[in-house]
Design a protein around this ligand. Structure first.
Ligand SMILES: *Cc1c(COP(=O)(O)O)cnc(C)c1O
Length: 219
C-alpha cells in the first residue's frame, strides 16, 4: 500500500483526541513529502542531525518532534525549530533546553520520558525521579520550557497483557499529575503507542501515538 493510503487508513481509525506523529526516521525526503502531500504535518525523528537535515529541506509548516534519546551537547542544533521533545529524562537536559530556548527567545515544549518497560535498555525516569523534577524549586526558574506531558515505551514483547499493564501504569502516573498547574507545567499529552501497539495504547488513554513502519513500511 502507498504511504498516503496507510496514513488515511490509520487516521480514519483514530478518536479525535489522539494526535498522530508520523515517525520518518531513516526514510528519504520523497517518502516524507508523500505524507506531507497527504496532509500530514507532524513528523517524528530520533536523531537530531537527520531531523535537522530534513527540516532544512522540507516545507516550513511542519512540526518536528524529537522522539529519541537526546544528548545535551546536541540540543543546540534543534532548538531553533523543534516543536516537541518527547524524550526528556533529566534535570540537566531540561536546564540545557531552557538555556538555549532562552537564547533563541523561544518556549520549547517537552515531555518527560518515564521508564515503564521491563528491559533496562530503555531510557526514562522512575516515578520518584519524575516527582523530584516536577516539584523542584529549580524547575520554576525555567521560563522558556513547558512540560506538557509524559512519554513511555512498552516492553518489546508479544505479550499483550504485559504491554497493557505497562501502558496502564503510565496512565495512572499521568492521571495523578493532571491537576498540576504551574507556570511551565501542565500535563495534557500522553505519548504512548507505536505501530505494533497503538490501538492498545489508545484504549489505555494515549493522546499521542508515534507511528513509523505502519505508514512508511519497514526500516
Ligand atoms: C522508531 C520509533 C517509533 C515508531 O516505531 P514503529 O514501530 O515503526 O511504529 C516510535 N517511538 C519511538 C521512540 C521510536 O524510536
Amino acid at each position: 500500500m502507498s504511504i498516503s493510503k496507510n496514513l488515511s487508513k490509520i487516521k480514519s481509525s483514530l478518536p479525535p483526541h489522539v494526535t498522530l506523529v508520523a515517525v520518518s526516521k531513516t526514510k528519504p525526503i520523497a517518502n516524507l513529502m508523500e505524507a506531507y502531500n497527504a496532509g500530514q504535518r507532524i513528523f517524528g525523528e530520533n536523531k537530531i542531525q537527520e531531523m535537522t537535515e530534513k527540516w532544512e529541506q522540507m516545507p516550513k509548516d511542519i512540526q518536528w518532534h524529537m522522539i529519541g534519546h537526546v544528548q545535551s551537547n546536541k540540543v543546540k542544533y534543534m532548538i531553533p525549530y523543534v516543536s516537541l521533545i518527547h524524550g526528556v529524562d533529566s534535570m540537566k537536559l531540561l536546564k540545557e533546553i531552557n538555556r538555549l530556548a532562552t537564547k533563541w527567545k523561544r518556549t520549547v515544549d517537552c515531555l518527560l520520558q518515564i521508564h515503564i518497560a521491563e528491559e533496562d535498555t530503555k531510557f526514562g525516569l522512575d516515578e520518584k525521579e519524575l516527582h523530584e523534577i516536577l516539584y523542584s524549586e529549580e524547575l520554576k526558574t525555567f521560563q522558556n520550557i513547558r512540560i506538557v506531558g509524559l512519554m513511555g515505551m512498552a516492553t518489546f514483547t508479544v505479550n499483550q497483557e504485559q504491554i497493557k499493564r505497562e501502558f496502564l501504569h503510565l496512565k495512572s502516573i499521568f492521571d495523578k499529575l493532571c491537576q498540576l498547574n504551574t507556570e511551565n507545567c501542565q500535563l495534557t499529552t500522553l505519548s504512548m503507542g507505536m505501530s505494533g501497539d497503538y490501538q492498545l495504547a489508545i484504549e489505555c488513554g494515549s493522546t499521542m501515538i508515534r507511528i513509523g513502519s505502519s505508514i512508511f513500511g519497514s526500516r
